[in-house]
Ligand binder design. Structure first.
Ligand SMILES: *Cc1c(COP(=O)(O)O)cnc(C)c1O
Length: 455
């Protein structure tokens, strides 16, 4: 049989599809075997957390569990652990197949970070972690706690007086600001969130209601971040949370990998060479999917395969990886407008740090139109009775791309995966939606219902 190999490195065709806002699946030609990739990364990035560092981060989060239970009653049910369900989505899988025909082989689950406690999005991992890290440092130094204290003592006027001397500053398209704003003000910090003018008004209102200072910028997200960064340079009492480069955010996100392993183990879900794990992660600047991927790679090595998902209007990570220019190229250089309803994903320039880290680790990236996000949102609410925000649906065309796109099929074939797919497990990371007001969710769903899409 003649075998046809698609030239994955044909950058011209990748770029021309990106320029045309055309959905595409891109297979990463720079991916390396895990052992080689990690050896090079360790040499190149001395700051990368080790598995021990990630375990320590998990323990730090657990030390705060008694405090979380006091400040956020919704965490009581899980004893103060901030963790989401991993839920099978057979009903969704069946509905999709009915609509598009054919088959998606393997079992399929959603990781519902959309319903994470405190912030209702994946940002409850990184954002909360960075803030509690800082709070712990300050409280230890001031003698309010020792490492073995019951941290619920930090729900006190002494602790609030201490934390209120500090201002946390962050630039955000929405959800990171929500996460830092909610946890920061609950602990007693002052919080300033820099957002672009097009930030959703319910997010701005919620933050203001929490006592957060919101600064709206006429220009885009990168500018909002830059303004935020600049404003903190003068004062030692200002702490800038850097979405693009923070190793603490990255480490907080990576804790998800430990938690996912626990969940898969408890379901007796095997991950090995014969039972590959496929993860599909919505990507904005890259921190959340980057940290999660990195953690999963440390645990599962070559047996986990990862795809990043981006809106067709903001494919900054795919662009940076495919051109190997990382943060030295922006989607505006392709003439793209970076306008999408997918909050958190409307990013024109990816994190250079994350891009370089994931470039040898992940299997690929793909793009998805806003129409499809809305349609999937509607289908998901209909079949799984859960409300997600549009960005969270980006991970849900991952398995479809593998089975219905020739590039995906070639990828499965070339990697000897076809015969293993019966045993494969797909996980789409649902990254946000828990805090969306009901009236807005109703609008999302009815918009999805009216949307006509084609696969
Ligand atoms: C922030 C966010 C992402 C992506 O995270 P990045 O760190 O920006 O790549 C995905 N989905 C939602 C809902 C988000 O808020």
């Amino acid at each position: 049989m003649e075998s046809k190999t698609i030239d994955k490195s044909n950058i011209d065709s990748v770029l021309s599809d990106l320029k045309a806002y055309k959905e595409q699946l891109w297979i990463n030609p720079h991916k390396k075997k895990y052992s080689e990739a990690i050896a090079t990364l360790e040499e190149e990035f001395s700051i990368l957390p080790t598995l021990d560092d990630i375990i320590e981060a998990d323990q730090r989060l657990r030390r705060f569990a008694p405090l979380f239970q006091k400040l956020f009653p919704e965490t009581i049910a899980k004893n103060g652990l901030i963790e989401s369900e991993l839920t099978p989505i057979e009903a969704f899988q069946r509905s999709l197949i009915t609509f598009i025909g054919g088959r998606i082989i393997g079992s399929w689950s959603a990781k519902l970070d959309s319903h994470l406690e405190i912030a209702g999005s994946v940002k409850a991992r990184g954002g909360v972690y960075e803030v509690i890290y800082l709070a712990e440092q300050l409280a230890l130094k001031s003698g309010l706690i020792t490492i073995s204290s019951d941290y619920s003592v930090l729900d006190s006027s002494e602790a609030r007086n201490l934390f209120s001397q500090y201002t946390l500053v962050v630039g955000s398209t929405g959800n990171l600001g929500l996460s830092i704003g909610i946890i920061g003000t609950a602990l007693g910090f002052n919080v300033t969130v820099h957002m672009s003018q097009d930030a959703k008004s319910w997010k701005v209102e919620l933050l203001k209601h929490k006592g957060v200072e919101v600064v709206l910028h006429a220009s885009d997200y990168s500018m909002a971040v830059e303004e935020g960064r600049k404003s903190t340079l003068q004062s030692p009492y200002c702490y800038f949370i850097d979405d693009e480069n923070s190793i603490l955010l990255f480490t907080g996100y990576a804790v998800a990998a430990l938690r996912l392993k626990e969940q898969l183990d408890s379901k007796n879900q095997i991950v090995d060479d014969a039972h590959p794990l496929f993860i599909y992660l919505p990507c904005g600047v890259g921190g959340a999917p980057g940290g999660i991927s990195y953690g999963l790679k440390l645990i599962y090595g070559d047996n986990v395969r990862i795809f990043f998902a981006e809106p067709t209007h903001s494919p900054c990570m795919l662009l940076g990886l495919a051109t190997e220019k990382h943060n030295a190229i922006s989607v505006s250089e392709l003439g793209l407008d970076n306008i999408t309803d997918a909050d958190g994903l409307a990013v024109g320039r990816a994190s250079g740090f994350v891009g370089r880290v994931v470039s040898t680790l992940i299997d690929g990236a793909y793009t998805i139109s806003d129409d499809k996000l809305y349609w999937l949102l509607y289908m998901f609410s209909l079949s799984e009775h859960k409300g997600l925000e549009p960005s969270a649906l980006a991970g849900f065309t991952g398995p479809i791309n593998l089975f219905y796109d020739t590039v995906g099929f070639e990828y499965l074939l070339e990697n000897n995966l076809l015969e293993k797919m019966e045993n494969a497990h797909h996980i789409s990371w649902a990254t946000g939606g828990g805090l969306v007001p009901e009236s807005i969710m109703t609008e999302f769903i009815s918009r999805g219902e009216k949307t006509k899409i084609e696969f």
